[in-house]
Ligand binder design. Sequence first.
Ligand SMILES: Nc1ncnc2c1ncn2[C@@H]1O[C@H](COP(=O)(O)OP(=O)(O)O)[C@@H](O)[C@H]1O
Ligand SMILES: [Mg+2]
Length: 410
Amino acid sequence: MKPEYSVNELLFGDPAEQPEHAPDRPPRRTGRLDQLEFQVTRLLERMNIAVIFGGDKTIDGAVINQTQNPRSWKSYESVATDIADALRRLGCKNVHLMSDDMRLGEQLRSKGIHMGWLNTGGVQGYDSMLHGAALLELAGIPYVGHNPLTAGILDNKHTFKRQLNAFGIANAKFMTWHLSRGPFCADTNVQFKTCFAGYSGPFVVKPVCGRASQNIVVVDKPSELMGAVDAVYQATENHILIEKYLPGREFTAAICGQIIARERKLARSTRPFVFSVTERVLSKDERIFTSMDISPITMDRLRLLGPENDSDTFKKIVEISRTVYDDFDIDTLIRLDLRMDEHGEINILEVNPKPDIKKPSGETTSIVCSGLPTCGMDYDDLILSLFADRIDRLFCERRHIVTSFSTLLE
Ligand SMILES: Nc1ncnc2c1ncn2[C@@H]1O[C@H](COP(=O)(O)OP(=O)(O)O)[C@@H](O)[C@H]1O
Ligand SMILES: [Mg+2]
């Protein structure tokens, strides 16, 4: 039987634990999993949840003026459907799928949405990954997803890499260029000479804001950079990243918060949860990982790492992942892409703020879900983990916003 708590206790924890200096502010909740389980069950049952996917700018009323997409656009609707189906199986009676466009605010209001789940890269324009989160912040609706600032930092590879450098976390040497400064000329570019002193290639040219290996060019010599930078700029109209090519093995790792569900039972770990640490199996001539848009993710393209399998590399990746999660104060699931340099040192390529969480079916899967079985988890456990961790964090850190839950918990 579920324990019963007063609404105030459910919202703000045990009054006996209130710190004396701030009697109206409850302390962070540590432990208390039975209480969290009760809250999660009840909220799932009573909440109206909107799972939000990327809106299509060509649909009437979606935008005022259609502009460009510096980030290669995708609707992500099928994964939003996977998430919504899992929420229903977990007991949520009112799940709505909504597209992230100008009509979203009105839809949230008319359906009485209590909580959003962001599975969107946006509709159009710059920093579209953060538009959905910004709108939900504005509307006062809590959500599973990154706050706008974090989403923007993570989805802009150059901004993220500058912060990695500030934290001293290894990543490929890089510089950025924008065509408004003129064509990129390696021969005369002072920044290029300083950044890549003693290195003459190969280079990777890629959009600062991209996805799924889209618009990425590898060139062997500095003289080829001008054409590559121009091509990527024409496709994205944004800053361009020029990076040292890392020739080694490639890995990915998923990381989420400390509340984890196994067989629907919640547990709290002491560090962020790292899972699905995999090596991407590249074929002999595959210099960069082939886009999942071209070749779906199947288990033969992945090799799971674990404590008994390549344990040193596994441990290093787990430590790097947790460091990033903590240092960047990450709110929810991310997936790190990593690659070894010529000395075998692990470098971070990028972090994905909205990694693909397609539900495995038949041959195809998503990298994030590939390692769930070895953790004793299935897809619904992952969705429950992300939902419960968010509820826990909201109660810990965003207490003004969760007051709207009070009637649901009565
Ligand atoms: N500096 C690099 N060295 C070697 N390969 C790279 C480098 N940057 C990107 N790649 C390759 O390109 C792929 C996509 O790059 P990534 O930075 O992860 O961007 P995205 O996945 O957003 O397109 C990587 O999985 C990797 O195979
Ligand atoms: Mg990537």
